[in-house]
Design a protein around this ligand. Structure first.
Ligand SMILES: N[C@@H](CCC(=O)N[C@@H](CS)C(=O)NCC(=O)O)C(=O)O
Length: 261
């Protein structure tokens, strides 16, 4: 059985984190059962370290950086640890190798694989205006134990504001509006890319008629956005309408794979 490490929250169902959702969708698309171990942010490093999961990278101060999603795959009969790893892309590759009888997440073809890796590495930069709004809006979803850690860690990512905590990002109504106008342009860019793909492979998923890792990536983003903005919000209504309903259709297609175990 796979233990899936995800970061918890105070909302019903707990799951909210876009990055972790990539792995939840990966497991659900493949139909691989798992049990979720929910962690507060300060627990991520000690718990993953205690399982011997290698860190994602080394931080500037020389300490290891542990992230979710992470998995521990243990053989139910022998208790032997088959795999312990983090990083959503590395996990998708592992699942494709270790569970060859399940639908593939990543293409076997080298160029098609590189296309997905490249998009995965860059797409969030294209979504930056929305990341600012979503990042700042996430603090309120978290339990007290996680808020300070998250707020300070993500404020470092928002270096353009030069603030210590996300609560200090000056999100005036005017700035929000400015970011939202930029957000529409980000969505338009991805819509253009997906239109091109569809013209080649017929859609509706990124590679054609089956979901793949990039769909998990988009899915994770929308699961996060719906939790932060709220289903009844103006922002969510906009997103559902933008690009001729492309994102609304995607969210609908993802629903059968959105269970939380
Ligand atoms: N490349 C990694 C990135 C994972 C990542 O950045 N996870 C964040 C989720 S907010 C995390 O766990 N951060 C831990 C921290 O900020 O201490 C992946 O795709 O899995």
């Amino acid at each position: 059985m796979i233990t899936f490490f995800d970061v918890t929250s105070s909302i019903p169902g707990k799951a909210w984190n876009a990055t972790a959702w990539k792995t939840r969708f990966s497991l659900n698309f493949k139909g691989i059962p798992c049990k979720t171990q929910w962690l507060e942010y300060p627990e991520i490093a000690p718990v993953l370290e205690s399982h011997g999961i290698p860190p994602y990278k080394t931080k500037e101060d020389g300490t290891p950086y542990y992230t979710v999603p992470a998995i521990l795959d243990v053989d139910d009969e022998t208790g032997a640890v088959k795999a312990k790893l983090l990083d959503s892309l590395a996990i998708a590759k592992y699942l494709d190798d270790a569970y060859p009888d399940t639908p593939r997440l990543l293409p076997a073809d080298k160029a098609a694989l590189e296309e997905q890796e490249q998009l995965h590495a860059t797409w969030l930069y294209g979504m930056l205006p929305t990341l600012i709004l979503l990042g700042c809006g996430s603090v309120g979803l978290l339990n007290k134990e996680s808020q300070e850690h998250f707020s300070r860690a993500r404020a470092k990512d928002m270096y353009m504001y030069n603030v210590e905590r996300l609560e200090d990002v000056p999100l005036t109504p005017e700035h929000r509006q400015e970011l939202w106008t930029q957000a529409k342009a980000s969505f338009d860019n991805f819509d253009a890319l997906l239109k091109e793909k569809e013209a080649k492979n017929g859609g509706p998923w990124f590679t054609g008629n089956k979901p793949s890792f990039v769909d998990c990536m988009f899915g994770g983003y929308f699961m996060w956005a719906i939790k932060v903005f709220g289903e009844e919000s103006k922002e969510w209504a906009d997103i559902m309408e933008w690009n001729d309903g492309r994102w609304a259709r995607l969210v609908e297609r993802l629903k059968p794979y959105a269970s939380v175990s």
